[in-house]
Design a protein around this ligand. Structure first.
Ligand SMILES: Cc1ncc(COP(=O)(O)O)c(C=O)c1O
Length: 500
């Protein structure tokens, strides 16, 4: 039967290996929930209430809080998404302005929509070698931080494992009494292990010696962690930590009551509790295992001629194994597709230049060996393709692999009006060829990693129109465009505000 349950069952019984979230890796020995229905309840007597906790849940939150060292820690059962919505809503009053990186998760944009906020953007910083968003330093941010900003919102680590200098950015914000919100959805494992917190400047070794320091320890005012992404916990489980005096914890709690389910899953809450207990008891071993796996992968692939995995000097988080073909023969998407179709290795995502595998302390040696073996084989294939290209033979495995033509995300488009106004406005769909000069009424995002090319309220300039057409011509994953069927040839349309 083709339904969710049977598809999940089929996946569980298949040979498919998960190099992606969640962190427990479908490994039954890493979770006590073999028969989850047996303990799936709601707020019955004696089991406390997430929205007004006084017993079991409060105790579990306090134990988690001890591990991270914040002033307050709350459990989230609607992912980091509800943590970001609540953090931004509590930090910024209706109509205020928030400073954020363009590459922020969509929850930041949704919070801005709900709270009628203006978003002021940090300049878009791109690592052109790998085509991935870069981290920020305090000096990058200083010129963009006027006093009238309600909060600074930073994503660290990024999806690809780059960390901003949170300690210095927090100090800069606190000089001006501005709260710093860190979306550390991908960094719940930070701060664990025997030697966490090596600084950027000390990372000269080829090996990972630790995971980075947690944003909580570095002084951020609110930190949001998706426990499910890199720790052994179920999907949707997350934490929000509150530090310092700049954030009203009662207000955060109010928004959590608004944005979270009124029937929070006890299985999810128990999963966070179990995960925290596991990290308390065996966190060092979990991180050591991760570091050993990551360093072993580097060692085994270091002699490859084409496949290159950037190490600690370029990617801060050892969980993120970025795979790139340094010869430029193969795109990240092609590497991702080959790993999936020929080796049954499912990665987290692919971009133009890189494919991204996530590893954690819940991986198995067998899974890691399969990845290494596959990378060695792909490396050999790339050699063959290079050779056959030189000899002028046919048989190029990698069609459309002209990666000299990498799509670049341009400057942030001109702002015309607030996101909330434009997203609510009367709109119409026009052909992309007639969209120049119009105000966008929809997000258009390029996946991965989902950074908006345009946000409602911004102007579709000539440059942006050609960017959208270019991405579409290359069959990249654009969300927010509309297919208009015109005499059988697919034409694309965009949603714009009706002129007023
Ligand atoms: C940077 C970032 N923040 C927030 C989220 C939302 O996290 P969750 O899926 O736990 O709701 C994600 C999800 O991928 C993310 O990548």
């Amino acid at each position: 039967m083709h339904d969710l349950y049977h598809e999940l069952k089929k996946l569980a019984e298949s040979d498919n290996y998960p190099f992606h979230m969640p962190g427990h890796k479908r490994n039954t020995t890493s979770t006590p929930f073999e028969g989850a229905f047996r303990c799936d309840i709601t707020e019955i007597d004696g089991f406390d209430n997430l929205h007004d906790e006084t017993g079991l849940i409060l105790d579990a939150e306090r134990r988690a809080n001890k591990l991270y060292g914040a002033k307050e820690t709350y459990f989230l059962v609607n992912g980091s998404t509800c943590g970001v919505l609540s953090a931004v809503s509590a930090a910024a009053s209706m109509g205020e302005t928030i400073l954020a990186a363009r590459g922020s998760h969509k929850a930041l944009y949704h919070a801005a929509y709900i709270r009628n906020l203006d978003i002021k953007y940090l300049p878009y910083k791109m690592n052109s070698k790998y085509e991935i968003p870069e981290a920020y330093t305090a000096e990058d941010i200083r010129p963009y931080l006027p006093k009238d900003i309600a909060a600074l919102f930073i994503t660290s680590p990024t999806y690809e494992g780059k960390c901003s200098d949170i300690a210095e950015i927090a100090a800069l914000c606190h000089e001006k009494n501005i709260p710093l919100i860190v979306d550390a959805a991908h960094g719940a494992h930070f701060g664990f292990g025997s030697a966490s917190g090596i600084n950027r400047s000390e990372k000269t070794s080829k090996d990972y010696a630790s995971v980075p320091e947690s944003a909580v320890a570095q002084g951020a005012d609110i930190v949001i962690h998706s426990v499910h992404k890199t720790l052994p916990s179920m999907t949707q489980t997350a934490l929000i930590h509150i530090n310092g005096e700049l954030i009203d914890k009662e207000l955060v709690k109010r928004y959590l009551r608004i944005y979270q389910s009124s029937s929070p899953s006890y299985i999810l809450m128990a999963s966070i509790e179990q995960c925290m207990e596991e990290m308390e008891k065996n966190g060092t071993e979990y991180i050591d295992k991760l570091l050993n796996y990551r360093n072993y992968i580097s060692e085994e692939t270091s002699a490859l001629k084409n496949i290159n995995l950037p190490g600690p000097d370029e990617i801060d988080d050892p969980c993120k194994v970025l795979i790139t073909d340094a010869s430029g023969t193969m795109t990240g998407q092609q590497i991702y597709d080959i790993l999936r179709t020929e080796y049954a290795l499912q990665l987290e995502m692919a971009g133009t230049r890189t494919a991204l595998a996530i590893i954690t302390g819940s991986d198995t040696k067998e899974g890691i060996e399969r990845l290494i073996e596959a990378l060695k084989n792909i490396d050999k294939k790339i050699e063959e393709v290079k050779k056959s290209n030189i000899e002028g033979k046919s048989g190029n495995l990698f069609k459309n692999s002209n990666i000299a033509e990498i799509v670049r995300i341009r400057d942030i488009p001109p702002y015309k009006m607030k996101l909330s106004k434009a997203w609510n406005a009367k709109s119409e769909v026009v052909s992309i060829d007639k969209a120049c000069g119009r105000i966008s009424a929809e997000f258009i995002n390029l996946y991965p990693p989902g950074i908006p090319i345009i946000v409602p309220g911004e102007v579709l300039t000539e440059e942006i129109v050609s960017e959208i057409k270019n991405c579409n011509d290359k069959n990249l994953n654009l969300q927010g465009i509309i297919n208009i069927d015109k005499k059988q040839s697919a034409e694309i349309g965009v949603k714009v505000m009706v002129d007023f």
